[in-house]
Ligand binder design. Sequence first.
Ligand code: FMN
Length: 274
Amino acid sequence: MGVIEIDPGMCTNCKICSKICPVGIILPGSDSEIPFLPAALEDSCAKCGHCSSVCPVGAITPLYENHPPINNVAYEKRIDPGVLANYMQSRRSVRNFLCKPVEKEKISAILEIARFAPSGMNAQPVRWLVVNDPLKVRNLSALTIEWMLEIKEEDGHHPLKNAIPGFLSSWDNGGDPVCRNAPCLVIAYTYSYYNMGFADSIISLSHIDIAAPAFGLGTCWAGILQIAMSSYQPLKEELKIPEKFMAQYSMMLGYPEYEFQKIPGREKADILWR
Ligand SMILES: Cc1cc2nc3c(=O)[nH]c(=O)nc-3n(C[C@H](O)[C@H](O)[C@H](O)COP(=O)(O)O)c2cc1C
């Protein structure tokens, strides 16, 4: 059946598709031949869509299932680097959220952006669990606190040992040191056996991290929850990640209570130039 179709009537034989193919399966052919993808190499196709997206005359059609963005205006505009730097450097970890629900449409729009994040071999392994209910998020925090109490008793060498008393005191005083009373938690999960799942999840979550402020939303990486959910069985049971999958990392999401007035300082970039 083939994975792509190259229309010989439209192809101008520029051979860019052959040069751009990440797995090198679109062969250039001779000067007088148009590029072609031999049937024997079809299974190696990463289905990245680069050939069809780059073709200047639209001669290549992917034959595999394809889900383009809703507004397909790729490459229309480059963002001004200064504007982009300011936007990205202004992103902050938000630890104080308004008691305001996050609209499902906004979360879907952000995930629609994140599904274009890169993934190793274009495997697109990341799936999402969205806990969009402040009570359910708080329950995950409560289980993490339970886990802290357990390791406080049983594991004197745990790396979080010194931080635990502060977390417990904050919880006892009505705070939420784990999920910061966020109304929503986005959890990336992948097949447990898939050993590139962690990197791909972090990259996808980073896209969410970057996209969220454009929707008026704030994020915070849920590192403490992550440590707990990787080992504490009651937390795993509560999450109910489908069998054969594992939670990789999660991120709090919600409307920020406070606005930052300026960008805080950071270390200078430490660069070795060669
Ligand atoms: C992997 C990772 C895990 C994190 N986990 C937490 C967390 O559990 N709780 C929290 O309040 N902040 C967490 N943070 C936020 C960092 O503390 C924050 O990024 C850092 O202090 C810099 O602040 P900024 O993000 O506003 O620049 C995490 C950040 C990363 C990258």
